[in-house]
Design a protein around this ligand. Structure first.
Ligand code: ATP
Length: 587
């Protein structure tokens, strides 16, 4: 097949604004493409040579592309750059220069799709010290034999600027029409894509084996499965009703979704967008190697940043430190992660994607050996509104975003690539800043780990209830302490240590160390939430719940000027909570 046939279609696609017309043009192209190379043609229309999850990219910098064009056209790089200032597009400039050159050359080998693809592939694979020269030479070779129109699309492709805007779904439509027998077959074709994320492979199987081949499509370790997504509701009543009165509710961890593919010792991690992110998480790979007991598996987990000193979960943003190319070692040390496993899609030869969730979860439980940093997503199975609400509050309090409520029905399959009602997320719809600091009483402490071994990892803090003359716990704070603070803390608190909970302290939480309520520190939190485990203002807002401060941070101020009884009162916390709600309603 000649590359010019593809280039002609590209040009027409570029000119149309109608999706249906675009589909028709693609159908035409796919129909005249020889079956052996249909996968390659599909990748090329996406501006790629492999599916997205394969890390190989052609990746030629514009500067190098210009160099290659200079070689091929016999013009100076400065002239080309000058023209690019006018066109703003390497493709158009290449078209101009190759057109002018064309008038003086006579012998050209017409470009075949095969040759273009293979050259792109060689360019992508070029590595080592001579890689740049190799890429330039390969590209110049192609351009030398290209027509102006072909040169335009070759240049755009290699520099990552093809931008035909053909959505994956349009390709699936076109494939169903061209080879599936009509649009009605689209669902089957789409499922094959959803479990393989590989449009080229789907095209090839469909073209060569027809729908029978598509029906036999299997989950394969190494090919990411497009993620199942959740709908959202905002009350436990609605959620239970939607899920047939019962669900498996899990903590909704605030981290990065990871789909891990394990084949023996080899593990690949894919992001929610199905990019290979293995390089960012060597520690997660190591954890999975140890804790996934199956030989082959595809499992999903939320990867959460953890405070190395307290073991507590940190907000999602801290994972951004993993995005960098260099210094992963340092990021691993400063921002370690824990994994919370929530699904199993394939285990030792068995495709689980069409199994109901309870079966998948059970299988997951059977192949995960839990450890300190690898856990199953915390879950309950419930048909009770109140239990669901309490579990939600507990999740929030433990640093999660809310709950994922999952259907337990016989048809609760893994809906790859779809957002549906089999999973329902339950988060609070708002986030509001707590602008005032509070002064809280240190009533207990938890032993530190890691760098904080020997000192405290977090303090249990309470507000004062003047009516009962008690101290009611409102948060656990492990953030905002400098090394110096930490070194000093046991010393400062030593004189207040008591062997058991102080009688004036009202706490449902067991601290490692208890204090006489004397010391007051200043804290700034992110927001105030209802809580089943903190006793501050218990039952004041809702029966069975107290209030808690989320993501508290020590401001560095010891309020030595305050006695414990001068601390922020539980009544003030209630007021702050109500003000916060009012703000949300008004906004
Ligand atoms: P979406 O993924 O729905 O488009 P989003 O990226 O903002 O939107 P959310 O809608 O907030 O994410 O929630 C879905 C995400 O929650 C999942 O993609 C997954 O990363 C995460 N998650 C955390 N805990 C769980 C769990 N127990 N089960 C499933 N997903 C979970």
């Amino acid at each position: 097949m000649l590359y010019s046939e593809i280039a002609d279609v590209y040009e027409k696609i570029e000119a149309t604004t109608k999706r249906l017309e675009m589909t028709d043009l693609l159908v035409g192209l796919l129909k005249k493409t020889p079956k052996e190379i249909i996968d390659k043609v599909v990748y090329l229309t996406q501006g790629r040579i492999y599916p997205e999850f394969v890390k190989l990219e052609i990746g030629v910098a514009e500067r190098l592309a210009i160099k290659a064009l200079a070689h091929a056209s016999g013009r100076r790089e400065s002239e080309i750059e000058e023209d690019m200032k006018k066109t703003g597009d390497v493709g158009e400039t290449a078209q101009n220069f190759i057109a002018r050159k064309r008038q003086i050359t006579f012998f050209q080998k017409p470009l075949t799709v095969q040759r273009v693809y293979e050259t792109f592939d060689k360019m992508a694979r070029a590595s080592g010290p001579g890689a740049i020269d190799t890429k330039v030479a390969l590209l110049a070779g192609l351009l030398a034999d290209a027509s102006p129109k072909e040169a335009k699309y070759i240049m755009r492709t290699v520099t990552g600027n093809l931008r035909l805007g053909i959505a994956d779904m349009t390709v699936l439509d076109a494939l169903s029409i061209a080879y599936g027998g009509g649009k009605e077959t689209r669902e089957l074709v789409e499922r094959a894509y959803n479990i393989s994320s590989d449009l080229g492979k789907v095209a090839k199987v469909l073209a060569e084996e027809g729908l029978e081949g598509i029906k036999k499509f299997k989950v394969v370790v190494g090919n990411p499965i497009r993620p199942m997504l959740a709908e959202r509701l905002s009350s436990p009543e609605e959620i239970l009703e939607k899920l047939g009165g019962k669900c498996i509710a899990e903590y909704k961890y605030d981290g990065e979704r990871i789909q891990a593919h394990k084949k023996g010792d080899e593990i690949t991690l894919f992001s929610r967008r199905l990019e290979d992110i293995s390089d960012q998480y060597p520690d997660a790979i190591e954890l999975l190697r140890k804790h996934v007991l199956a030989k082959e598996a595809i499992v999903e987990a939320e990867c959460v940043a953890i405070d190395p000193d307290t073991g507590e979960m940190r907000p999602f943003q801290e994972l951004m430190h993993r995005r960098r190319k260099y210094g992963i070692e340092k990021a691993m040390e400063e921002y370690p992660v824990s994994l919370f496993m929530f699904d199993a899609l394939y285990v030792d030869g068995k495709d689980l994607t069409l199994e109901p969730y309870p079966v998948r979860r059970k299988t997951l439980e059977s192949i995960i050996q839990e450890g300190e940093r690898v856990k199953l997503a915390k879950s309950i199975t419930t048909d009770n509104i109140k239990d669901l609400e309490n579990f939600f509050l507990e999740a929030i309090e433990n640093g999660c975003e809310g709950l994922m409520c999952k259907s337990t029905a016989p048809d609760s399959i893994y809906q790859a690539g779809a957002r549906g009602w089999l999973w329902i997320k339950y988060k609070r719809d708002y986030k509001s800043e707590m602008t005032d600091t509070v002064d809280l009483v240190v009533v207990g402490a938890f032993h530190g780990r890691g760098k904080r071994a020997g000192t405290y990892g977090a303090l249990l803090l309470a507000a004062y209830n003047p009516e009962n003359d008690t101290f009611e716990t409102v948060t656990k704070c492990g953030t905002g302490f400098t090394d110096e603070d930490l070194a000093k803390l046991p010393e400062i608190m030593k004189k207040h240590v008591i062997p058991h909970k102080h009688p004036r302290v009202n706490s449902l939480i067991e601290a490692d160390v208890w204090f006489e309520p004397k010391t007051v520190i200043e804290v700034l939190g992110a927001e105030i939430t209802l809580s089943p485990i903190h006793t501050c203002a218990m039952n004041a807002i809702r029966q069975g719940n107290g209030l808690a401060i989320r993501f508290p941070r020590f401001t560095g101020n010891y309020r030595l000027d305050k006695a414990a009884e001068d601390a922020t009162t539980t009544g003030e916390i209630v007021e702050m909570y109500q003000r916060q709600l009012k703000k949300i309603v008004e906004s």
